[in-house]
Unconditional design. Structure first.
Ligand code: FAD
Length: 258
């Protein structure tokens, strides 16, 4: 393992943050328990004082196919997983296209698009060096209780990459803002949409400094240039307060604030 300095104003998808030291893990048996694990930083908002961080190195970016199963390392970027599935005519991973990040982030977030979620196709995950069946892991809409570091995961190989579905899913993305963001800031409350509630309380397009609730998709907190953590946090807290007061709904962040 080794320490690496990462500039989060460039590395994170929302382009907020500073130079911060991250411990790079190269082997499964050297993972400390007192550090917060990050991956592609597509769902993160880093404060000026984050907890000690760690990240799985490239050693955890692999795909092996054996005896009807794909074993994928957690540091594998989603784009490369989709390319592999397409090339080898494997079904199930189409929804991962345009879902930025790594397999590890997808597992921890139970990331998905519409009805497609990673747990739907997952066989098992290696967590803290032990294989656990997906059915034995508590999970739901944008969460999974991994209780540790997932280093790799297994998927049953089902033949038939669906290019029509891929096209449909890519078309869904056309209403998303192009400015830097961390995807949806809040989870959708049951039976409703966080974006709709942000609009109802009049905060769609509302800006503080260079951070703004997107005019295109209200649940996307976008960085219009030199956005800061403080402005982002202010806007998140403001939405939570107004939506609770005016709509009686307690919004829960999807974005992880460190
Ligand atoms: C433009 C845009 C669009 C997006 N659209 C969607 C969408 O449609 N659907 C959706 O679900 N998400 C979406 N996201 C959010 C993001 O793509 C997903 O949450 C993704 O899975 C995050 O992966 P990551 O590698 O960047 O994880 P990070 O952001 O680095 O980490 C996210 C969480 O995963 C945990 N984690 C990461 N790796 C591991 C591991 N190996 N073991 C245990 N825990 C781990 C971290 O501790 C953290 O809590 C979008 C993001 C952006 C920027």
């Amino acid at each position: 393992m080794f320490l690496k300095t990462i500039d989060f104003s460039k590395y994170s998808s929302i382009k907020v943050g500073q130079h911060t030291e991250v411990l790079m893990i190269e082997k499964e048996d050297e993972i400390p328990t007192d550090r917060y694990l990050i991956a592609g930083a597509n769902n993160l908002l880093i404060s000026p004082t984050p907890p000690p961080l760690m990240m799985l190195s490239k050693d955890f970016a692999f795909i092996h196919e054996k005896e009807g199963y794909l074993t994928i390392g957690s540091a594998m970027p989603t784009g490369r997983i989709v390319s592999y599935a397409k090339k080898h005519n494997i079904s199930g991973f189409e929804f991962c296209s345009k879902l930025p990040g790594t397999l590890g982030g997808m597992l921890a977030m139970n990331a998905g698009v519409k009805a497609y979620e990673i747990f739907n196709i997952l066989h098992s995950i290696k967590i803290n060096s032990k294989w656990i069946l997906a059915t034995d892991i508590e999970h739901g809409y944008r969460f999974a209780n991994l209780n540790g570091v997932a280093t790799e995961a297994k998927f049953k190989v089902v033949k038939g990459f669906d290019t029509v579905l891929l096209k449909e899913l890519l078309n869904l993305r056309t209403n998303q803002p192009h400015d830097p963001s961390a995807g949806s800031a809040f989870k959708n409350p049951e039976g409703d949409y966080a974006g709709r509630l942000i609009e109802v309380v009049g905060l769609k397009g509302f800006r503080k400094g260079d951070m703004q609730w997107s005019k295109i998709h209200a649940n996307f907190l976008v960085n219009r240039g030199e956005g800061t953590f403080e402005d982002a946090k202010y806007l998140i807290d403001l939405v939570k307060e107004k939506v609770l007061k005016e709509c009686g709904v307690k919004l829960i962040e999807e974005i992880k604030i460190l």
